[in-house]
Design a protein around this ligand. Structure first.
Ligand code: PMV
Length: 316
């Protein structure tokens, strides 16, 4: 059976600053996935929802969502082969426009399914290049972090234009991921930051550099003996994102609620102006933080881990 699948992603540190050349740290969120199966033949490739609704079709360009149609075309071009004349059926657990990388996951799952169907084998680098092209359809200047984490499905430190690096984590950490219920397309806050940079270059540039420093510091802490100490850096990163004007009253309320309930750290994650807040917790704070997030308006809460990485043990 043909199925392409890809995970959501969570940005731990560095969103927005990563668009402007600073490092960012992200992990896959494998429990939430986009999946694309093949439901039958068609006159030309088409994409349908799980319930059968036509989302985009190469044979009927006038129906469906024009951006999804462009996505089909960009993938076809990237595969350098005619798109298989099949019905591709998309189901996804990932809320769109919520900072969890839904667009990159859908494009990755669809590219994987189309490649399998066409009998093509793609390596991760080729796939990543194609998905980056689809990301450009949704917001002109993606840094490349979403597609890279989603395609490789591992924790990465990403700097635009450089090879992504694996992240060392000495001990697993636990996160709550809270959906604010607010939706905002990525290009809106990304454009707002660019506009802020134009209007207040010095202040905004300093803020972006400070976010870059939190990412670098976080990498060192995660690899060290007390990784839970990244908590305060998360609060700091959230304040810097507020200064970039990409938070929202509801996201601030969720971060404040997490803090007051004892979370070691919390911040918005992804493009902001809506979407998701992440909170660093442990066994002793899990229930109370979760309750506080719900009371502060979270519409859904998931639990996930920042997994520990294996280290070479010294010889006994
Ligand atoms: O909200 P998302 O999942 O689209 O994440 C966007 C991350 C940004 O740094 C805001 C944009 C980018 O291209 O890196």
């Amino acid at each position: 059976m043909i199925e392409g699948s890809a995970p959501a992603k969570i940005i731990l540190f560095g969103e927005h600053a990563v668009v402007h050349g600073q490092p960012a740290v992200a992990i896959p969120f494998s429990a939430l996935r986009a999946r694309v199966g093949v439901a039958g033949e068609s006159a030309a490739a088409e994409l349908r929802s799980g319930s059968g609704e036509l989302l985009a079709a190469l044979h009927s360009p006038q129906v469906g969502d024009p951006r999804l149609l462009q996505m089909l075309r960009v993938i076809e071009r990237g595969l350098d082969a005619p798109a298989p004349a099949r019905v591709f059926q998309l189901t996804s657990d990932i809320p769109p426009a919520s900072g969890l990388g839904s667009g990159a996951a859908v494009a990755t799952a669809l590219t994987r399914a189309m490649a399998q169907c066409a009998g093509l084998s793609l390596d991760a680098e080729q796939l990543n290049r194609i998905v980056l092209e689809t990301e450009k359809l949704f917001h002109g200047t993606p840094s490349g972090i979403d597609n890279t984490v989603v395609v490789y499905e591992r924790p990465l430190c990403f700097t635009r234009g450089r090879q992504a690096r694996p992240v060392q984590v000495s001990r697993a950490l636990e996160l709550l991921v809270a959906d604010s219920g607010e939706r905002c397309a990525t290009h809106v806050p990304v454009s707002a930051v660019r506009e802020l940079l134009r209007r207040r270059p010095q202040q905004t540039g300093a803020c972006i550099e400070a976010i870059g420093r939190t990412s670098r510091r976080a990498l060192a802490i995660l690899a060290g003996d007390s990784p839970a100490e990244i908590g305060p850096l998360m609060y700091k990163n959230h304040e810097l994102l507020r200064a970039l004007e990409v938070s929202s009253p509801r996201l601030d309320r969720l971060v404040r609620a997490a803090r007051e309930a004892g979370a070691a750290g919390a911040k918005l994650s992804g493009a902001g102006r809506g979407g998701t807040v992440i909170a660093l917790i442990d066994e002793s704070t899990r229930a109370v933080v979760s309750r506080a997030l719900t009371q502060a308006g979270a519409t859904r809460i998931w639990r996930t881990m920042i997994p520990a990485t294996k280290r070479a043990r010294p010889d006994p």
